[in-house]
Design a protein. Structure first.
Lengths: 318, 236
């Protein structure tokens, strides 16, 4: 029996047509399985949906905060204060230098006389200055940033301005912006942490549900194995279950998010109006929805891979 | 392509029980054999090893010269696709029609739905159940269910057909019909091995009988039908 034999059981080449047919049939079966057990499926969708809604809601929030810091209309800026008796030419040169920078939108020069005039407009205290004789108010330049300038630009600008001739002090006006950016960073971090946790939750929920589906179809799995189904073929229906659970969850998440947006839209606008800001809530667009669906499906498939690995890997046939 | 050889095959389970002890036997291509012996003799274990549902602790099982005990898990499915197996408890899927049950192996093999239809109907015709293709297994009698199991095992036209107590709880006449059905498949060249402890029935069949006792072969005899067949096999 030493003769060399060719493989009597060659790997079946199913071909693209067969592959598509098989997937189509199994997808249909999975769909009817899931819809026949609508109650259970709905529960899974809700759980997965909630797990997806929270991190994606935070993502939306973060996106909107980022938009806000970019298109901020309160326009941060900086004021440069000069030593007393500074030459008008120095002031003009500094103003020109600022004006030439692309991130600066507007420059306003306030010389000592102007500063005094402004001060006097406040009334009573103005007279106090007459006692001093000399004008103690410094000349200053106020620069307002362009709309597309960032907080980093503002800080660079401040560092340059500090080194300018006769400059005693640079005051940044950025508190509000800074706060938004802090919140935005926090939201991003929180989103990442919660996203990871809740994604894991979604995976485990689908894994458990798919595990139940496997349990319900164990007899079928055994028959499939007996008649020579490959691991891939045996796993395939369950991957579809996982994908359907994940997709359904994503749809629930999208519904939850749009409901949440409806609820928060008004108070947010109200809040922002009080800061002189108008805001269109953005980010809840087709690309976001597609990404949400894909994420849901991928997490669902991961869950079912987990379940399949646990239950099917070395299933004995009795 | 249905030649089977057991070489000194032993199977010891995790609990230390040795169900088969150095079993050697050859089953020629196109032969028909019965495996018999007392309950617990090792008949099912023998068939399970051949189906690679379990691995032997020692020895070789050669099918067409290839040691199937060494098949990798990725090649195993393709080996099983060339076997047909029938069990006492039919393993029919209760939620699926007779037609869909019989179609499973063909779908696994990736066959076109039109060809599947033709093959399934041919197999159901062989077991005389074509009229019941749309029913669920629960609507069939035990004997009919067993025949559906046989149709599913032969629908791929395997070169080897294995059956474990296929007549387990059928009345004598039905049992005989089922055995005759197996003989028909054997007559078109399929190697058939059937485990059964129905002594009277298998003696009547006149085929080869391999008897196991406590995991060893204690008898290997060929009845008149087997004699006649090996003569014709020798001539051709
Ligand atoms: N997984 C297992 N672990 C331990 N012992 C086992 C296992 N499977 C089978 N056995 C033992 O191996 C022996 C042979 O079992 P097997 O099923 O092959 O017998 P059999 O000849 O088919 O019997 P029957 O006619 O009752 O079906 C029995 O004693 C059984 O208890
Ligand atoms: Mg048995």
């Amino acid at each position: 029996m030493a003769r060399k034999l060719k493989d009597p059981w060659p790997r079946q080449r199913v071909g693209l047509g067969g592959w598509v047919r098989d997937h189509w049939r199994i997808a249909n079966e999975a769909f009817s399985y899931v819809s026949l057990r609508f109650g259970t499926s709905l529960l899974v969708w809700l759980l997965v949906g909630i797990a997806l809604a929270l991190p994606s809601g935070l993502y939306l929030l973060q996106q909107n905060l980022a938009d806000m810091t970019q298109g901020w209309e309160g326009r941060p800026g900086l004021s440069l204060y000069f030593e007393p008796g500074v030459e008008p030419a120095v002031l003009a040169a500094a103003a020109q230098q600022l004006q030439d920078r692309s991130e600066v939108a507007e420059v306003k020069v306030i010389d000592q006389a102007q500063a005094l005039a402004d001060f006097r407009e406040f009334g009573a205290l103005g007279d106090a200055l007459d006692i001093l004789g000399d004008n103690p108010l410094p000349a200053s330049i106020r620069a307002t940033l362009a709309t597309d300038a960032t907080l980093a630009d503002l800080e660079t600008l401040a560092r340059i301005a500090e080194r300018g001739e006769g400059v005693t002090d640079v005051v940044l006006e950025k508190t509000w912006l800074e706060r938004v950016i802090d919140i935005s960073t926090l939201v991003t971090r929180l989103g990442l942490v919660l996203g990871a946790l809740f994604a894991l939750g979604a995976v485990l929920v689908t894994a458990t549900s798919v595990r139940l589906a496997i349990e319900a179809r164990l007899e079928e799995v055994r028959v499939m194995k007996l008649v020579g189904a490959t691991e891939g073929q045996i796993r395939r229906p369950f991957l579809y279950f996982g994908a359907l659970y994940g997709l359904g969850g994503a749809i629930v998440a999208a519904m939850l998010l749009s409901a949440a947006l409806l609820v928060v839209e008004q108070p947010i606008n109200h809040l922002l109006n009080s800061y002189g800001q108008g805001l269109e809530l953005s980010g809840f667009n087709p690309i976001f929805l597609v990404a949400l669906l894909v994420t849901g499906a991928v997490l669902g498939v991961l869950g079912s891979l987990l379940a399949a690995h646990q239950r099917l890997a070395d299933l004995a046939i009795h | 392509m249905g030649h089977i050889e057991f070489h000194q095959v032993s199977k010891r389970f995790e609990n230390g029980f040795e169900a088969l002890h150095r079993v050697s036997a050859t089953f020629e291509e196109g032969s028909m054999s019965f495996l018999t012996g007392h309950s617990g003799a090792g008949k099912s274990t023998f068939l399970r090893l051949l189906l690679c549902l379990d691995r032997p602790t020692r020895g070789q099982i050669l099918v067409n010269g290839i040691n199937v005990t060494q098949l990798s898990s990725s090649r195993l499915p393709y080996y099983r696709q060339h076997l047909g197996a029938v069990f006492q408890d039919h393993h029919l899927l209760s939620q699926r029609t007779i037609y869909d049950n019989v179609a499973i192996p063909l779908r696994v093999a990736g066959m076109k739905e039109r060809d599947i239809g033709r093959r399934v109907r041919a197999a159901l015709t062989r077991v005389d159940l074509l009229s019941k293709e749309r029913l669920l297994p629960a609507h069939l009698s035990t004997g009919e269910q067993q025949r559906v199991g046989i149709a599913r095992a032969v629908v791929t036209r395997p070169k080897i057909l294995l059956a474990d107590e296929p007549t387990g709880n059928l009345d004598p006449q039905l049992s005989r019909d089922i055995m005759e059905l197996f003989r028909q498949f054997n007559q078109v060249g399929t190697t058939v091995i059937i485990a059964s402890h129905d002594r009277d029935l298998i003696e009547d069949m006149g085929e080869r009988i391999v008897e196991l006792a406590n995991g060893s072969i204690t008898r290997d005899s060929r009845g008149p039908a087997a004699q006649a067949q090996s003569d014709t096999l020798a001539v051709t």
